[in-house]
Design a binder for this molecule. Structure first.
Ligand code: SAH
Length: 344
């Protein structure tokens, strides 16, 4: 019989198993407290050795292990390469902001969305992450830093909505009062735009922030850099954004990576402003991201970020340029995993 993935379970679910094992109920709470701190086996000091052994027979503890840790000398940002139980690797980035610590986590090993500018997708998708492996990235980072993570962004390796069920289960787990208790309002989920899944997510009653990776002002440009646009047009995507907003009351933010000669002209900014005004009800926010150059893609970062931003603002669209953290440690996702695979 396969073992139960304990970090994917709620305290209540663990309690049911503990009772089935003939152990007293209070053990579940003790064990749950330990696993949320990243402790297992003999580290669970108030659990008798005989029970530790029995737990090992019934459960598996899939905590991502820190394989490489890079700390930025500029701003203290930490980039982790985590090794999973089967030897696969993923990345997470720990960032310190005034409003608290944010962890950027991965949702899949690799990605199959094929965005032309992205390092995570170059080798395709290997497998989905389990809820435990998403939660485990937070637990491992907290254990390593000794600091609490108060905000989570699902902007690491993978497409969260391409691993929908596990992502939703993770969002419920991470926000539980007796769990890590990170409020859903402090969690952002970023998607390249799987329209059917955005519609599903709108019905889940999860007040997260949804970010859409738009990166283009028309279908021609978007299809040339994001294959998903051949399946769902910009118009379909923006209409799903409107119904998401209608159902949840949560405003959507748009990510726009500026790529030289692709999507970064002032006319492009004007076209983007027209597009958003035409299709999006109410005010919206565009987060401009300087391209992190990935050597395999040959795409170059734009020098027009300020011009682009100012054009959007002059046309009534709220826009900011994302502050770049950890630039000395290559903190954008997907690159460390590739390097480590090349070295193996
Ligand atoms: N699959 C999800 C989340 C992962 S990427 C999504 O597509 O949204 C998080 C953000 O970083 C996305 O907006 C993505 O398009 C962007 N991104 C990917 N590669 C990048 C790069 N090389 N430079 C800048 N942004 C990049």
């Amino acid at each position: 019989m396969s073992k139960l993935d304990i970090l994917s379970m709620t305290q209540g679910e663990i309690e049911n198993i503990i009772i089935e094992m003939g152990e007293p109920k209070f053990r579940a709470k003790q064990i749950y407290g330990w696993i949320l701190k990243g402790m297992w086996g003999s580290e669970m000091r108030n659990i008798p050795a005989s029970l530790q052994k029995k737990l090992d027979d019934v459960f598996e503890f899939r905590l991502p292990r820190v394989e490489i840790k890079l700390v930025s000398k500029i701003d203290g940002t930490i980039k982790y390469l985590f090794e999973l139980i089967d030897g696969e690797c993923i990345e997470a980035v720990f960032m310190r902001y005034e409003h608290g610590n944010t962890l950027c986590i991965s949702s899949q090993v690799g990605c199959r969305m094929g965005c032309k500018f992205c390092a995570s997708t170059l080798l395709g998708r290997v497998r989905d992450l389990l809820p435990s492996e998403m939660l485990g990235q937070i637990i491992s980072a907290e254990k390593d830093t000794g600091e609490r993570v108060s905000n989570v962004v699902m902007m690491g390796i993978g497409e969260p909505l391409d691993n929908y069920d596990n992502t939703v289960k993770f969002l419920r787990l991470v926000s539980q009062d007796d769990g890590l208790n990170i409020g859903l309002r402090h969690i952002s989920v970023s998607t390249c735009g799987l329209v059917d899944r955005i519609n599903d997510l709108a019905n889940e009653q999860l007040p997260i922030t949804l970010s859409i990776s738009l990166h283009a002002y028309d279908n021609e440009v978007r299809s040339s850099i994001m294959p998903i646009n051949n399946k769902y047009s910009i118009e379909q995507l923006l209409s799903a954004c409107n119904s998401y907003f209608d159902k949840t009351g949560r405003r959507i933010s748009f990510e726009y990576t500026l790529i030289a000669g692709k999507n970064d002209t002032a006319e492009g900014a004007a076209a983007l402003a027209r597009l958003l005004k035409k299709y999006i009800k109410g005010p919206c926010h565009v987060n401009l991201i300087p391209l992190n150059e990935v050597k395999e893609t040959k795409l170059e970062a734009s020098k027009n970020a300020t011009i682009f931003k100012n054009k959007l603002i002059s046309l009534g669209i709220n826009a900011t340029v994302r502050r770049k953290l950890g630039s000395d440690i290559n903190a954008s996702c997907g690159q460390l995993r590739r390097q480590s695979r090349e070295n193996k």
